[in-house]
Design a protein around this ligand. Structure first.
Ligand code: FE
Length: 245
């Protein structure tokens, strides 16, 4: 009888332990699914996190495939995050947020790899937010008026944006920025270079023109990818949000 009671109590105890483990595991899973803020993406002092995509991986279809997102976001963007965490581990940069790391490492010849990976994380997050499902076309009236005032016409803006994105030789980015005179400008940058490091410019929108951004869907036809971006993907809301920041 005594032995039976011992077994009974043991089963009760291990049952409660199991319930507690399941409950704490569930809480952890829920916490991991919380959406991270756009750029101040540090959940602790030592690790940079890959920010959540602002939409599902298949949400930009049929223009940008889930396959491209799986590689571009899941492999390329994630690799920049992994590389940066390895590079800043146990250094003074591990306590900084991503924007600080980009700015500190820019133009520092001893921190080229840190800059390249940090800036690529920032640029890619900015790029994902520069697109949205059912985006593209002409912006709302106030932004359209601003574009017409700064570029002469919407067509001029489109042509300048396309020329910039198509003529960037090799890997890089094309950007819409606000300059120090509050004028909209288009510029291109090579490799990981980013207008974030220029205090006179405010980045508003970007298109990734590295081949990995479009090759699976458009092969070498970068011009078609840029057309699709303007006609079906560009997220004017993101420009508007950045303008009022
Ligand atoms: Fe990319």
């Amino acid at each position: 009888m005594h032995r039976r009671n011992l077994i009974k109590n043991f089963l009760k105890f291990s049952g409660s332990f199991l319930l507690i483990s399941i409950a704490s595991g569930f809480t952890k899973t829920k916490a991991n699914k919380q959406k991270l803020p756009l750029f101040n993406n540090k959940s602790n002092k030592t690790m940079i996190q890959l920010p959540s995509l602002p939409y599902e991986k298949n949400a930009l279809m049929p223009y940008i495939s889930e396959n491209t997102i799986n590689y571009h976001y899941g492999k390329h963007h994630q690799t920049y995050v992994n590389n940066l965490n390895n590079l800043i581990k146990d250094t003074e940069l591990s306590s900084k947020n991503l924007e600080e790391i980009v700015k500190i490492s820019a133009n520092d010849s001893s921190k080229v790899a840190i800059f390249n990976n940090a800036a690529q994380i920032w640029n890619h997050t900015f790029y994902w937010n520069s697109m949205k499902p059912n985006g593209g076309g002409v912006p709302n009236a106030s932004l359209l008026a601003k574009i017409e005032s700064d570029f002469g016409s919407y067509e001029n803006f489109v042509n300048e944006f396309k020329n910039s994105a198509i003529s960037q030789f090799g890997s890089g980015w094309s950007w819409v920025v606000l300059d120090e005179k509050d004028k909209l400008k288009i510029l291109k940058t090579g490799n990981a270079e980013t207008p974030l490091t220029n205090p006179k410019l405010k980045p508003l929108l970007t298109i990734d023109v590295w081949e990995h951004a479009y090759y699976l869907d458009f092969q070498n036809a970068r011009a078609n990818y840029v057309d699709i971006f303007l006609n079906h993907l560009i997220n004017w809301d993101f420009i508007n949000q950045n303008l009022i920041k």
